[in-house]
Write a protein that binds this ligand. Structure first.
Ligand code: NAP
Length: 349
């Protein structure tokens, strides 16, 4: 099969680099067009980008020119990992010009007619793009993936909401420094420290989780009928967001019921065998001290949410720990999986 040529907006950043790396061996898509700010435009990718990944910079991409974020000459499908300060305007311009934009940025996530998508959780929300086209008269479209902290929470809750119904959720995060982009948080602020504030993050987690687990009705999403309270913290970990989560359910459940719901969980990406889909979206660890970023981050190539330490909670009903890779499952891998679902649904033809 001839690969589809794709572009990346914000190709030089933390998430952009992950996209370049994951696309190197992708069976369907090939990175052929890169764009970033005017600081980078006109340089080769090798010159413009401070490559921060351990995997080497792919040869086929290193000498590509970095463009300005303007639609002229860009391929029909674009992954966007732009700084949210500019993503809104740029992504709108590309969608208006007829491009499909698969975005990591927060700007459009909560718009009524924009899918906020985790293909393993709410693939049916993709249908919102029909409403989007009607409302906005764009020739293209925007589809988004959630915030990197929302992903582990929403994925671990999805089978539980389906099986038992959720009433209340309390989540405390320990978020990696790569989540703040590059160069990110100054060393003197984070070295030997925990920063108990990440601007806007708690609100994003609280509302995005309810949209993701909500139902698509008459062209919009009816938000999930539960409450979420999030505490978000930045810690001295390179990659991987760890979350401690307490949940109250709508019915009486046992630890065995929860574990069974996690282990049995499969969704459309697994049924269709999408290239970036984890075989097991949720990996359950039995050890008393897992998951840990050091050991569990690469589970299912960074695409699984790893859970463990399930036990009763004296305040809500049960509590557990969840871990997910913030730049793979929480960003670049999430966007790729979204585009793969869109391809199998005929949106990229
Ligand atoms: P980053 O490392 O700061 O990269 C930002 C990118 O945006 C760079 O390519 C940068 O290009 C480009 N950019 C900045 N200002 C621009 C402008 N005025 N015009 C055009 N391009 C501009 O950030 P990141 O961590 O990769 O995050 C990218 C997006 O994904 C953000 O919206 C973020 O919230 C979201 N996200 C991040 C994560 C994560 O774990 N890091 C997870 C989920 C979602 P230059 O190099 O030329 O400046």
């Amino acid at each position: 099969m001839k690969k589809l040529e794709v572009g990346i907006l914000g190709a030089t950043g933390m998430v952009g680099q992950r996209l370049v790396s994951l696309l190197e061996h992708h069976p369907w898509f090939e990175a052929k067009w890169l764009a970033a700010s005017e600081r980078s435009a006109g340089k080769t990718y090798r010159e413009a980008c401070n490559w921060r990944l351990r995997d080497p910079l792919p040869k086929g991409v290193a000498d590509l020119a970095v463009h300005e974020c303007k639609p002229a000459g860009a391929p029909p499908l674009l992954f966007s990992s732009l700084d949210s300060k500019v993503a809104g305007e740029v992504e709108r311009e590309f969608a208006q010009a007829g491009h499909v934009v698969v975005s990591n940025s927060s700007n459009f996530r909560m718009e009524q007619d924009v899918p906020l998508l985790i293909p393993d959780v709410n693939p049916e929300h993709l249908a919102l793009v029909c409403e989007q086209r009607k409302q906005r008269k764009w020739k293209g479209m925007i589809v988004t993936n959630p915030n990197c902290t929302t992903v582990g929470l929403a994925m671990s809750l999805a089978p539980l909401e389906k099986a038992f119904g959720i009433e209340k959720v309390l989540m405390t995060s320990m978020q990696a420094v790569s989540g703040a982009g590059y160069p990110g948080i100054p060393t003197l602020d984070i070295l030997g420290n925990v920063v108990p504030f990440i601007g806007g993050e708690e609100e994003k987690v609280e509302r995005e989780t309810r949209k993701l687990l909500g139902k698509c009705v008459d062209g919009h999403v009816k938000m999930g009928d539960f409450i979420v309270s999030a505490h978000c913290n930045r810690v001295m970990v390179e990659d991987g967001h760890t979350e401690t989560i307490s949940v109250a359910f709508r019915k009486k459940v046992t630890a065995a019921d929860i574990t069974e719901a996690w282990r049995a969980y499969r969704s459309l990406p697994q049924e269709r065998g999408l290239p970036s889909a984890p075989k097991h979206p949720i990996v359950v660890r039995e050890e008393r001290d897992r998951p840990q970023p050091k050991f569990d981050l690469e589970s299912e190539h960074g695409m699984a949410t790893v859970v463990g330490r399930l036990r009763e909670c004296a305040v809500l009903q049960f509590k557990y720990v969840a871990l997910s890779h913030n730049t793979i499952r929480g960003a670049a891998g999430a966007a790729l999986l979204n585009a793969e679902l869109m391809k199998t649904e005929g949106y990229l033809d």
